[in-house]
Write a protein that binds this ligand. Sequence first.
Ligand SMILES: C[S@@+](CC[C@H](N)C(=O)[O-])C[C@H]1O[C@@H](n2cnc3c(N)ncnc32)[C@H](O)[C@@H]1O
Length: 218
Amino acid sequence: MKPDDEYKDVEYWNARFLQEESYDWLVAFEDIECLLRKYVPIDRPLRILHIGCGNSTLSIQLKHFLHPESYICNQDFSEVLINKMRATYGEETGRFEWMVGDMTDLASSAFPPASFDIVIEKAALDALTVHTGDPWNPREEVREDVAKVMRGVAMLLRNDCESLFLSISFHQKHFRLKLLDDMEINFQITVQDIPHTKSLPHFLYICEKKKHQGTSAN
Ligand SMILES: C[S@@+](CC[C@H](N)C(=O)[O-])C[C@H]1O[C@@H](n2cnc3c(N)ncnc32)[C@H](O)[C@@H]1O
């Protein structure tokens, strides 16, 4: 990735999405399908929020294996992208939607607390963490952005033991877990290696809300 902070900037992404039609960062759906099937139940309707969705095909493919009454909201802060994805893939109110939104400010989204079973992201947190400075001691701005995402996700997930935040990332385990450990968040985290990817190792971070936590952002 580039040596500055452009992956955090909506102007960078708007310009990129004007040119780019479809690109899957890190891994293709087929690389993670087995793991997703392990963690995403298909026997009941789910409400899923896909943050920093980009023009990846993740949720287009995901929706085919979900219970047919499930809902997926695809969110990204690039309006250019959201308009293009809506035009390409369409939407169906209450089933499959595209929405402009900032993942560092999920509290301002249209959704009430505890309204999703699963929040998922692929390489979107990486856009915030790729320029941490010293990876053992990330810059304060990076910590704050990641904390805002994690608190927003915790707020939007249901308060039951089955709700999950699934994060697909190339952020190495020791750095990601330390970063999250150092902040006060309500998640129990386990990590799965994503097998058979071409280049760098990639990981699925499975974040479960800790029991007996409320919907507050603390
Ligand atoms: C590296 S791309 C990953 C795109 C897609 N998830 C994929 O796997 O191919 C990062 C995505 O995060 C989005 N993004 C970056 N910062 C964001 C923010 N604060 N809120 C919402 N989306 C953001 C970008 O617009 C871009 O679509």
